[in-house]
Structure formats: C-alpha cells, structure tokens
Ligand binder design. Structure first.
Ligand code: ADP
Length: 370
C-alpha cells in the first residue's frame, strides 16, 4: 500500500521505522529538506498547509495520514471526496485544530474539560471569566506557545486579541495522558495511562512514566472519558488525550492530539506493542494490537541545551548505552538549538522508585550540545 504522511518529523520517522517489518511504501511531505523522514521514505519537500500541495501529494496514495495536526484539512476533505482514505478523517482534524471547536466538542459530548468562554472578537466582547484564567489561542498553539495565564488585571495588557478560549485554571496535581485508538471496523483500544513531569522552563514534556499510581476513582473517570471520546469521535485514528488530575481528585481533559504523541514514546519498549505499531494498524484497518504495559517504563526527551546552536553533539550518550534496559532513540536531526527535541531515551525498571532514580541519573549524564 502507498501510505502518505503529512509531516516528516520524528513521529513519522518512528512510525515508518516500526512499520518497515510490513510491506508498504511510505511517502512523506514536509517543508524542511532535512526533515527526519527525508532519507527513510519517498520524500516531497513542500508545505502541508497549502491546499494544492496536499492535494497533489495525496491524490495517488491509498491512504493519507498525519503526524502533525497543523495541516490543510480542506485539502484532506477534498481527497476524501475523491475516494482517498484519510486517517483520521478531515472533519475531526478540523475540530481539533481549532481550540474553540475542540472545547465545544467536549461540551457537546459531556466530556469534562475546564469551563470556558469563547472570544471571537476581543474589541467587542467582555471578559466574563474571573481571574485567574488561561487564555488559549484558537489556532496556532504548540508546545506551550499560544497558551498564557492571566492572573489578574495587571496581566490584561498582554491579553491576545486573536480568537481564543478563556479557560478556568485547574489546580493541577498531575498531568496524565492516555492514548486511544480506533480502526475503521470500530474496534477500539486504550494504552495504560502515563504521567508527565514537565520542565517548567521549556514547557516541553520531560519525563513520561508508565504505569501510574491512580486510585480506582480516578481510573474510572479516565475510563469514562476514553469511552465517551471513542464513541463520539466517529473516525478511525490514534488520539492522545492530555488530562489534568486536580487536587480534589477530579479528572479534566486538557486537549487531544489526533496523532502519535510524545507521551507515548515509552511504549516502544515498555508495552507489548508501541503507539507506532498501533497507528500502523489503524491506518491499515488491521486488528488492533495488545497495549499492555509489560514493566515499569519511562522516557526522557533529549532536548537541545540552552546556549548551543549548530551541528549536534550528544555528550554522555555512550555512558548511557552501557547501561542495561536503556534505549536511545535519535531523530536524525543534524542541528540543535535550545529546546529542540532531538531524540529521547526510554528506560525500563522493576519498580517506580528504580525508574525515577534511573531517569534522574540519565538526565544528568547527557547533554545535547553543538
Ligand atoms: P500545548 O499544546 O501548547 O502544550 P497546553 O494546552 O497543553 O498547550 O498547555 C500547556 C501547559 O499549560 C499545560 O501542560 C499545563 O501545565 C498548563 N495549562 C493549560 N491549561 C491549563 C488550565 N486550564 N489550568 C491550569 N494549567 C493549564
């Protein structure tokens, strides 16, 4: 089968890596000539936001999928009309692309997500939310950009005038993530919940561990969320649902990514099958894979260190490779800059304590320099 992927980044790269044990041809589209997929797939350099470029890319494929959601969804809708299979379908990508529609989707399906006010026109509308609230741009948000906390009147000078949602601030105890999948036949699966520990400076996912220690009440709330989501989504796909657990034990949906996700990387070695295997099966409408966690696993991102821009050097990586149960994944990016995701390391352990110790140790051993 000819499988086309919009985006040629690390998520696409690891999907292809995992799927090479099957018999398909992978095609990728990315604006960067040296994108992580450029030398491992049939590569087209081009803009996945451009209508005609996406149409031209997709028209001779059997199925088109995405590894980034900021793509031209109108072109995907047109491809669907022309009989090309698009996974996930264009309409759910459109909904998720726009924070306003995404929040309305949760509300319409009774999926708990922080209460919100929609701002279409900041010059005409009054802010009704009480301080503090979180302002999220309707479009263009990514990795912490397009999200700001407005604590009080004094922050209103930085209030964005673009369409946005104003969301109640959650008193966060834990940030969790759950990856669900649904194939065309309607079969569904859920990966074990993972817990994220963010780097407060860079706002990029830092450690991600699995399984989590959750009470049965919290597990039930998450099960109810994934059930409702999978029933409502009406499209084949793999989706990462980012959750907040608040200090009172209530679970809220922060946002959903309609694609492979950084919070699922530990599944490469920590689960019976990875999110990449599952995504492949979704794209091909194959029976879905067993998602069970086989041990304690965790992931840490290899992120470009502050103060280094240029040809990448991974200091300390060989020491990490000497350690057992440690797995290095690099993304084929030749140049680093502060905060750039260059790779990740997965670690397996026999207890949560051992896992945390190893993650903290490895983090201090490696530095991504130029
Ligand atoms: P992005 O997609 O850019 O990562 P998110 O919507 O995930 O943006 O927000 C980034 C971070 O901001 C979250 O991981 C969380 O720590 C914080 N945040 C987002 N929404 C809220 C909220 N309603 N209450 C409290 N913190 C929030």
């Amino acid at each position: 089968m000819k499988i086309g992927i919009l985006g040629g980044g690390q998520l696409g790269r690891m999907l292809i890596q995992s799927a090479l044990k099957y018999d398909d041809e992978f095609y990728t589209l990315d604006p960067a000539a040296d994108a992580p997929c450029h030398n491992i797939s049939y590569f087209t350099q081009g803009n996945f936001n451009d209508y005609q470029t996406v149409l031209d890319f997709g028209k001779d494929k059997d199925v088109v999928t995405i590894e980034i959601e900021h793509v031209n969804a109108d072109a995907l809708a047109e491809l669907e009309k022309q009989g090309i299979k698009v996974v996930p379908n264009a309409s759910i990508i459109k909904t998720i692309q726009q924070k306003i529609l995404q929040k309305e989707f949760y509300k319409a399906h009774n999926i708990p997500s922080p209460d919100f006010q929609v701002i279409w026109d900041a010059s005409e509308q009054k802010v009704e939310k009480a301080f503090p609230f979180v302002q999220k741009m309707n479009t263009g948000g990514y990795d912490g950009k397009g999200v700001q906390v407005i604590k009080g009147e004094e922050d209103m000078q930085s209030f964005w005038t673009e369409p946005s949602v104003l969301e109640d601030m959650v008193d966060i105890d834990k940030e969790l993530s759950v990856i669900v999948a649904r194939n065309e036949a309607g079969e569904t699966t859920t990966f074990p919940v993972t817990e994220m520990v963010a780097d407060p400076k860079l706002n990029l996912l830092d450690f991600n561990i699995c399984p989590t220690q959750l009470t049965p009440e919290v597990e039930d709330q998450i099960k109810s969320i994934t059930d409702k989501f999978l029933a409502a989504v009406n499209s084949p796909g793999l989706f990462a649902i980012e959750l907040f657990l608040d200090k009172e034990g209530k679970v809220w949906v922060n946002e959903t990514a309609p694609r492979l996700h950084n919070s699922g990387h530990q599944s490469q070695e920590g689960n019976a099958n990875s999110q990449f295997e599952q995504m492949y099966r979704v794209v091909k409408n194959l029976p879905l894979a067993n998602t069970q966690a086989t041990t304690f696993s965790g992931m840490l991102n290899l992120v470009g260190a502050e103060g280094y821009t240029g040809k990448v050097v991974y200091e300390g990586l060989e020491e990490v490779l000497k350690m057992p149960n440690t797995y290095v994944h690099l993304y084929g990016k030749t140049h680093t800059k502060p905060g750039r995701k260059m790779g990740h390391i997965n670690v397996l352990a026999s207890s949560r304590e051992e896992l945390m110790e190893l993650l903290v140790k490895i983090k201090s051993m490696v530095i991504v320099k130029a």
